[in-house]
Every structure is written in structure tokens, then in C-alpha cells.
Ligand binder design. Sequence first.
Ligand code: FE2
Length: 339
Amino acid sequence: MPCPESPRASPSQTADRVSKLYAVFTVCSLPAKGKAVISGLHHYALEVPDLAVAEGFLQDFGLETGEKDGSLVAMCPGRQQEQVRLVEAPAKRLHHVTFTLRPGTTDAVREALERSGTPVIEPPPGATEDGLWLRDPDGTAVQLLDEPQASARPVAEVLVNMGGTRQRFDVAQWRTATEDVLPRRLGHSLLFTAQPARMTDFYTQVLGLRVSDTIHHDLVTFLNAGPGDHHVFGFISSTHRGFHHASFEVPSIDAIAVGADRMRAKGHQAGWGLGRHTIGSNFFHYNPDPWGSWIEWFSDIDQIDDCWVAGDWDVPPHLWGTPPPETFLANSEPAPTKE
Ligand SMILES: [Fe+2]
């Protein structure tokens, strides 16, 4: 399908402080070799020093925990897909990330890995043997599964009376607005890296993700897996690799606020939010996890298709709300030793 000649949202229509520096490229003009093969993020796995602490924290966040293949895993209520896997180890660090592949692309991925000189590896201890395993340029173990994403928990339609839209009549919204507040799917994760250009090249040219947008060249890079969420993965520049955050979709902005109240009531550290992001446009609230990284609820993220025009932007991460705490971009993971 041809893309419209001009982007649907002109940068000049956005607030003054949201200044677009330049368009990077038009996704729909990419040659066939740029075709996305990763279809989405399946789960992420962390090494943590205390599984009981991890389990309690993720339950308070709104996930269900259980045992799978001998490991502690966390899932979204109503979704049959592992979302977080936890491996006991002396210090918190990213253990691996797992993506799903578009059907029938495994052979193409194998060829792309071979062309790039990326060997297929044995699964790391604590992970399943399914799919293809490799290490990205930062040395992070990556699992690629030839299976579809599980459906997210169905949620009710949200009728709004906002802007020029009048959809809700004779319904008292407050009586149902907080009925469903739990996470329904893992949406994305951002990692720290000391080599964002190399990581971006690898994930786009070898694994087929696409650049959605960047902030300050490569300070933050957002990647998409084709039509759908504005970003499913991405990088934040740092001194070394590490896990920054993972983000789960909840049904509404009310669900985000109620979740933040719940975490406060359970005595967890204050987080960041409520706010609306610039890049991706989603409402957000982050809580620090017990090991110095972050976990986020989101709602109302931009949906993009093959006609999305990526840009490089000079903007803060939030459109409104308080600025992020000073610790937000602190990489708490130990610098890795040679593997
Ligand atoms: Fe996020």
C-alpha cells in the first residue's frame, strides 16, 4: 500500500519545545532486506540476588508468578505468555531477552546471522533450549522463537468524552474506570549500551527491527517490529550494557494511576510519573525495582505502520509531568567481564 506523500502529523503542529531536527528515513521506502523478522518482545530475564523479593515485587506490580521449567516466571493475568524470567545470581543483571519471529523467517534469520558472522550459541544456564540463541554485539544472550505472540488479555472498549469526541452517555465512568487495572501484555524494553550505533545496526540489519525515532542522535534509540507499537525495544547510551526498564500495557490512564497508588500503599519507593511521554506518546508511570532498574505501566502508545517517518528529536522524555529523578538514567549493573 503506498504511503501518503506527507506525514500525518506535521512537526510544526507540535509544541515549540518539541523541535524536529531532521527526518532520518521513510520506513516504507526501505528495500526488502529491511523487512522486519522479529515480531515482538516475548519476555526478558533478569539475574537477581533474591527470588522471593523479586516475586513479591512483581506481584505487587500486578503480575502473576509461578514456576516454569524449574524457573520463577511472571505473566500478565489472562495472557498465556511468559513475560519475565528470574534466575538467582549474586547481583542483578540482564540474563537474556527473547523475541518472537514472524512465521517462516527462521531460515532467513539463520542466513542473516551467518552473513554477519554471528554464531548460534548454546542456551545460557537458566534458560529454555527453544528456538535460536545468539549473542548481540554487547554480549547479551538473545533467544529467537518461531512462534506467534500470545493474545493480550481482552479489555473493554474505553468510551471517551474528550476533544470533539462524545461517545459516553448516561454512564457514570467513575463506577467502572478502575475495574480492570492489571497489566495485559509486555510491550517493550530499553537496554543500556556503550555502542548504540553498533547495536542499532545489528538489530535492524541482521534481525530486521526498524528505527522508530531517536533522541539526540543516539542518546536514546527506539525500535519497532513493523505495524503496531511505536517501539518494542531500544537503547539508552551508557558506559556499559545493562537493563534499563521493561514496560507493560494496562487498559487505561486510570489503571496507571491506580497501580501507582497500589505500589505506594505497599511501601515501595516513589517512582516517576504520572506523565505522558514525548516519543511514543504513551501515558506512563515507572517504579524502581529492588535492584536499581525500572518497571513501567503504559497506555495509549502511538501505533505506527509501514509509512511511519522516523526522526531525530531534541526533546525531554516527558511532554508533561514532573521531570525524571536523577537516578533514572543510572546504570546500576556491574560492567561485564569478558565472556
Ligand atoms: Fe518505556
